[in-house]
Design a protein around this ligand. Structure first.
Ligand code: MSP
Length: 517
């Protein structure tokens, strides 16, 4: 079995700062990366920014900046925010890097050499929001873009075209035969429908209308279409342009995480480009839903453009883990999610501050009181809180992107441990000098917490490390691997190091604030 794992996210448009929807996508990808490392894979995780095109050009103009100065600023904002979110990408690619220009030119030359590019005059409606020419099915009765509700721009130019229609049958076969290509499978039908009346696509624009882009090789008056440019980032990311080591090791992508709005580019244009260039196709396009705010689309004008920084400030968070946890716990992969302040506070307080945080706190305090903080030998009177098959089902949940199911099961272990404490009442066992049973209860609970820390670490790495250290481990939890988690237990005689609660309760008077507004 291959041990390499090449994982990508969409690259984010460098025309605005990141919001919680972008954060959702990159967090989900980071959970996959962290889980796959835990599972023993050699992971290459790519993300980055998409920096060319009319939108960026116009935004920079209105701010009085050069496009390069503007995208430098935005790319820095993304990098800083991904750092703050503890994203463990191996490479952050920017489409304005010289290496990317080389890769895009190489891709262009491959398509050309295959005879898939030709020049033609045409007239069509271009939506700047989508960066795409609209067909009738993409427009409403007034001729507006269905997604952006704006009138497209009439474009009449002589451009280069890509023979997309020549790949129609091959793409249909790919969708039919490859169950893993689009996950979840419920997203497949919309691609099949679009493929029905697929036409060749324009893959360049006149430099006079779009100056901010990569020039067509040997025709500097034309600029390469942004989606050809953007999709090629997945190749540049592993150095395809000079075919060095990362490409040889990692190509093709194992999982490409994308939002539902950009599926057609990834499920049609992208594999057709790769077929034309005779490159292996990605194994899975993993398609997520959208995060809304109080059931409203994220938008600046409606005041719902929530960012990670907003939440950090609003709740005085010292770690981003509650945000990571909330987004992964409340939105099943592939579904749309919904954020509200109330729900966030209630969920974080209930699951992380109370159930998990208090369990660690009170069990370490009891261990301190009854055993001088040293892990006692279990007598084996009480059966373990985690059954071997539980590890397997949590593994399968992570592996199949059911992060919320994994978290529900992990929290289930926490509930069982809390119940054991309440049922057995260690304080009574101590009073009655039932030492063996007391040691058993404490051991079972702390050993379960060891497993919980490791199992939850892909989602909440900082909280997991904190728990790990309080349980007396001195190493970095990220070097744990799945085998070790399953096969080893909390060492008897280990000295625990109780500390502050891993997560203070979020201010209770903030609860209900949404309703008061
Ligand atoms: N630049 C293109 C992608 C090129 S990939 C070769 C793009 N950029 S984007 O910034 O608009 O979107 C980047 C990703 O963020 C997409 O996968 C998109 O679906 C995702 N999201 C944007 N808003 C979102 C939400 N509100 N919720 C969840 N994901 C969202 O498209």
């Amino acid at each position: 079995m291959s041990t390499k794992f090449y994982l990508t996210t969409a690259i984010y448009y460098a025309n605005a700062a990141p919001h919680i929807g972008h954060a959702y996508e990159i967090i989900a990808a980071d959970v996959i990366a962290r889980f796959q490392r835990l599972a023993g894979k050699q992971v290459f995780f790519l993300t980055g920014t998409d920096e060319h095109g009319v939108k960026v050009q116009k935004t920079a103009e209105t701010l009085g900046l050069s496009p390069q100065a503007y995208v430098d600023k935005i790319a820095d904002t993304f990098k800083t925010e991904w750092g703050q979110l503890n994203i463990t990408e191996d490479r952050f690619i920017r489409t304005t890097e010289p290496s990317h220009y080389e890769a895009v030119a190489k891709m262009w030359n491959k398509l050309l050499a295959k005879g898939d590019i030709y020049k033609a005059s045409y007239e069509a409606d271009y939506c700047r929001g989508c960066e795409v020419f609209l067909n009738d099915r993409d427009k409403d009765e007034e001729g507006k873009c269905l997604i952006h509700k704006t009138l497209p721009e009439k474009v009449s130019e002589e451009n280069y075209f890509f023979k997309l229609s020549a790949y129609k049958e091959k793409l249909q076969a790919l969708l039919k035969e490859n169950e893993q290509f689009i996950v979840p499978a419920s997203r497949k039908q919309e691609v099949i429908n679009i493929l029905e009346d697929i036409q060749d696509i324009s893959v360049s624009r006149a430099r006079t209308s779009v100056s901010w882009g990569i020039p067509v090789p040997n025709d500097p008056d034309q600029v390469i279409y942004v989606w050809i440019d953007a999709l090629s980032n997945y190749l540049t990311g592993v150095e395809w342009q000079n075919e060095t080591m990362p490409f040889a090791t990692f190509w093709p992508p194992d999982v490409q995480v994308i939002g539902k709005d950009i599926l057609r580019f990834h499920a049609i244009y992208w594999p057709a480009m790769l077929m034309s260039a005779e490159l292996p196709l990605p194994k899975t396009l993993l398609v997520h839903g959208f995060i809304n705010i109080a059931d409203t689309k994220l938008s600046k004008s409606s005041g719902t453009l929530v960012t990670v920084n907003d939440l950090m400030t609003r709740f005085e968070l010292k770690t981003v883990d509650p945000i990571r946890y909330y987004l992964m716990m409340t939105t099943g992969f592939g579904q749309d999610g919904n954020y509200t302040d109330d729900d966030f506070k209630l969920k974080i307080n209930a699951d992380l501050a109370n159930n998990l945080g208090n369990l660690l706190n009170r069990s370490l305090a009891m261990l301190q009181k009854y055993c001088d903080g040293i892990v006692p030998e279990p007598a084996g009177l009480i059966s373990p809180l985690i059954q071997p098959e539980t590890f397997g089902t949590i593994y399968a949940d992570y592996e199949q992107y059911r992060f919320n199911d994994a978290l529900v099961k992990i929290l289930g272990i926490v509930d069982a441990a809390n119940k054991l404490i309440n049922d057995e009442a260690p304080w009574t066992l101590a009073k009655e000098e039932k030492t063996e049973r007391l040691h058993d209860v404490l051991y079972r609970v702390l050993n379960a917490l060891r497993a919980v820390a490791a199992l939850i670490s892909p989602v909440t790495p900082e909280l997991a490390q904190n728990m790990w250290e309080q349980l007396g481990f001195e190493n970095d939890i990220t070097i744990a691997n799945w085998q070790q988690i399953v096969e080893t237990v909390l060492p008897v005689g280990q000295k625990t190091v109780p500390g502050q609660p891993i997560l203070p309760r979020l201010e209770s008077d903030l609860v209900g604030a949404d309703k008061k507004k």
